[in-house]
Ligand binder design. Structure first.
Ligand SMILES: Nc1nc2c(c(=O)[nH]1)N[C@H]1C(S)=C(S)[C@@H](COP(=O)(O)O)O[C@H]1N2
Ligand SMILES: [Mo]
Length: 376
């Protein structure tokens, strides 16, 4: 019997599907959730997420790459193809950019019906200071062919997904790739990239959902046609039906998250506060345009009041802090915040559904109870 690619992987690699009514998270999804951890919500307290608290998403294995042996090949539609080592990359002028990154599947686990995949709640976000060489400085060295349309970025990780064997690859249109802040990053928060975040070099595309920031970069290929690889055309598209042409997932939609107030109940994670003034703090971000305003609700979104944005801190690609002075009285509350950006984009109250569970930015509710302090 001759096996084609699909039948060869049929035993281990299921097609995309939606969970049935009431179908819980499976052990396979739990295993993914444990490998690919989120950022604990209380880490919204930091301007820059400490490395171990930043969320993590890795489709296949984390490659073990010897930095001394690492090479980056720049090929395709360039005048001077080249192969670079880490030393020569570090010799280019360095730039540091603070970037809030969010996985396009953030919030997927609460969709109904739920796509069977990495089951994110709302924790797939983090902010880091990335240092590297601007991609455009490297492309100035190689030159670009006149007919260049896209740039394809290839990671060193390899796997099978929905029956398709592949290197992790994504592309960017030339105009996006030439942005001043698109980096070939070799440092995160001032230290060399750790293995799980793409060591020794990854791509950083500020404002775009996570899938564009290719880790463990090994190749850059300039092409004269749009890239049609799996992660570009099959995955990361908004579709209602499997055979829809799909709208590509690109920039991060606006979202605001409250730093969980008070203290948590161990299992339910409901928040507990005592009566009196409670300063609600949070972070808001958008990859499309700067955040213009944030509103807060304490009654699940019936009434809203404006929050106060922190002063701009010179980091346009990073989340913005906000505050709201609340006076808590005994009772049960659903706290919420929502962001609007300068393009007018805002957050929906109900989840916008698509088959992959991508780019949802529904308003998140934080269940909070205010109880009088117990006197000893
Ligand atoms: N090579 C490679 N790059 C990758 C991925 C991957 O699996 N392989 N995952 C992508 C996805 S889906 C996300 S959300 C981000 C996560 O980056 P982080 O793990 O550093 O937070 O990396 C992106 N880059
Ligand atoms: Mo992602």
């Amino acid at each position: 019997m001759k096996l084609d690619e699909r039948t060869a992987y049929a035993q281990v690699s299921a097609p995309a599907r939606l969970a049935g009514p009431g179908e819980g998270i499976s052990a396979e999804e739990l295993a993914l959730a444990a490998r690919n951890h989120g950022m604990p919500q209380e880490a919204l307290r930091y301007d820059v997420t400490p490395v171990g608290l930043h969320y993590l998403l890795t489709h296949y294995d984390i490659p073990a790459i010897d930095p001394a042996a690492w090479r980056l090949a720049v090929s395709g539609g360039v005048h001077r193809p080249l192969t670079l080592d880490l030393h020569s990359l570090r010799a280019l002028p360095a730039r540091t950019v603070r970037v809030t990154m969010e996985c396009a599947g953030n919030g997927r686990a609460r969709l109904d019906p739920r796509p069977v995949s990495q089951p994110w709640l709302v924790d797939a976000v983090g902010t880091a200071d990335w240092t590297g060489a601007p991609l455009r400085d490297l492309l100035a060295v190689t030159g670009l062919a006149e007919d260049a349309v896209e740039i394809v970025f290839t990671g060193a990780d390899h796997g099978v997904e929905r029956g398709v064997e592949q290197d992790y690859q994504r592309s960017l249109p030339i105009a996006e790739a030439l942005g001043r802040d698109v980096l070939l990053a070799y440092a995160m928060n001032g230290a060399p990239l750790p293995p799980q975040h793409g060591a020794p070099v990854r791509l950083i595309v500020p404002g775009w959902y996570g899938m564009a920031h290719v880790k463990w970069l090994k190749g850059i290929t300039v092409t004269a046609e749009p890239f049609t690889g799996y992660q570009q055309q099959t995955a990361y598209n908004l579709r209602q039906q499997p055979d829809d042409p799909g709208e590509p997932v690109t920039r991060i939609r606006p979202r605001a998250m409250l730093i969980p107030p008070g203290f948590p109940d161990f299992l339910s994670r409901a928040r507990i506060v005592h009566p009196g003034p409670v300063l609600l703090r949070g972070r808001a971000w958008s990859g499309g345009a700067p955040v213009k305003g944030v509103a807060v609700s304490t009654d699940g979104g019936t009434r809203w009041a404006p929050a106060i944005l922190d002063d701009p801190d010179g980091h346009p690609w990073a989340w913005r802090g906000f505050s709201f002075a609340w006076r808590a009285t005994p009772g049960e509350y659903l706290l919420a915040a929502h962001a609007t950006d300068e393009s007018g984009a805002t957050q929906p109250t109900t989840q916008s559904w698509n088959r992959g569970g991508f780019a949802n930015n529904a308003i998140h509710l934080t269940k909070t109870i205010c109880v009088p302090e117990e006197k000893p």
